[in-house]
Design a protein around this ligand. Structure first.
Ligand SMILES: [Cu+2]
Length: 180
């Protein structure tokens, strides 16, 4: 085993960042990354979510909860909460691997139409919760699409055509997947 490969494998056990490298070495995988810049001091305290909801994985991540809510309400949500890439074309049979490299949980939920999530304060003006996100994590269908920090979710078996995915918490995190 080469030194480089050993290093990669070691890092893979420690850092979600290496998933990208692993995905590249597996042509049947298409990688999506979920990102955010949550600020633990305000998010965990103000929401009562507890110390483990927002973990500050990005040095300098400092968007306060107040800023995040204000921007969402104004219809100009914080672009640092994001799925990358914004659109993806895959071949039928390819696996989408979504890794959460942000500081808080997200969901990767397929929806018929983009819309609001299950936390009204994070929705844009006039946006209401889409049916696929309704009920939040108490709904099994939503909970199954949750991705915790540093973990990943694989999506398999998509039919040919366009598929829309969004986060049910931060509904401006959106991606269009085109299956050829
Ligand atoms: Cu999210």
């Amino acid at each position: 085993m080469s030194k480089l490969l050993t290093l990669m494998l070691l890092a893979g056990g420690l850092s979600a960042g290496v998933s990208y490298t692993q995905a590249q070495s597996q042509p049947n995988f298409a990688q999506v990354v979920a990102l955010d810049e949550c600020d633990p001091a305000t998010v965990n305290t103000a929401t009562g979510a507890g110390p483990d909801f927002c973990k500050n994985v990005a040095l300098g991540a400092s968007t306060t909860l107040q800023d995040l809510l204000a921007k969402a309400a104004a219809g100009t949500p914080d672009p640092k909460w994001d799925f990358e890439p914004d659109s993806l074309t895959i071949k039928q049979g390819q696996v989408i691997s979504v890794v959460d490299q942000g500081g808080e949980p997200h969901t990767f939920t397929e929806v018929k139409q983009f819309g609001g999530g299950f936390i009204p304060g994070l929705n844009g003006p006039g946006e209401s919760v889409v049916p696929e996100c309704a009920g939040g994590f108490s709904a099994l269908a939503v909970a199954k699409t949750r991705i915790l920090q540093g973990s990943q979710l694989e999506v398999i078996g998509l039919s040919k055509g366009k598929h829309l995915f969004q986060c049910c918490i931060h509904p401006w995190m959106r991606i269009e997947v085109d299956v050829k």
